[in-house]
Ligand binder design. Structure first.
Ligand SMILES: Nc1ncnc2c1ncn2[C@@H]1O[C@H](COP(=O)(O)OP(=O)(O)OP(=O)(O)O)[C@@H](O)[C@H]1O
Ligand SMILES: [Mg+2]
Length: 114
């Protein structure tokens, strides 16, 4: 099994199919990019990998784990992080606090996270 793999990944928003039958593999240490025009489904793919959107069909696999259906926090604990196109996903916090928030994945101590 590949380090990371999507198999026939599909996401439909009602009648709009944003991602259709997308299969790719990424090996450990590889730098892999998604490229495509505006609205071609790149961010949707990241939102599927993250568990932010439920998958319509297909599968996502990381090491020995199937990610389909797992909550975002479990996917994060398995070692999959992400960044956002917007710099402040947590709106009521400062940019620094937004960055610090991600460190609570590996510590529960504010000083250490900071
Ligand atoms: N939550 C949603 N509900 C309905 N349609 C959506 C939703 N999210 C994305 N879409 C639609 O899915 C398609 C893919 O959008 P997506 O944001 O994934 O594209 P993108 O490749 O990241 O675009 P960009 O280069 O502009 O960032 C678009 O037609 C978009 O309008
Ligand atoms: Mg995008």
């Amino acid at each position: 099994m590949a380090f990371f793999e999507t198999k026939r990944l599909t996401k439909a928003f009602g009648g709009l199919v944003a991602v259709s039958d997308l299969s790719f593999t990424v090996e450990q240490g590889e730098i892999f990019g998604l490229i495509g025009p505006n609205g071609s489904g790149k961010t949707t793919v990241f939102n599927l990998i993250n568990g932010y959107y439920p998958i319509t069909s297909g599968g996502i696999f990381f090491e020995d784990n199937k990610l389909n259906g797992l909550p975002t926090w479990k996917i994060c604990k398995l070692g999959i992080g992400r960044t956002f196109q917007i710099v402040k996903p947590l709106r009521r916090m400062t940019v620094l606090e937004n960055v610090i928030a991600s460190a609570f994945n590996v510590t529960s101590h504010m000083a250490e996270a900071r």
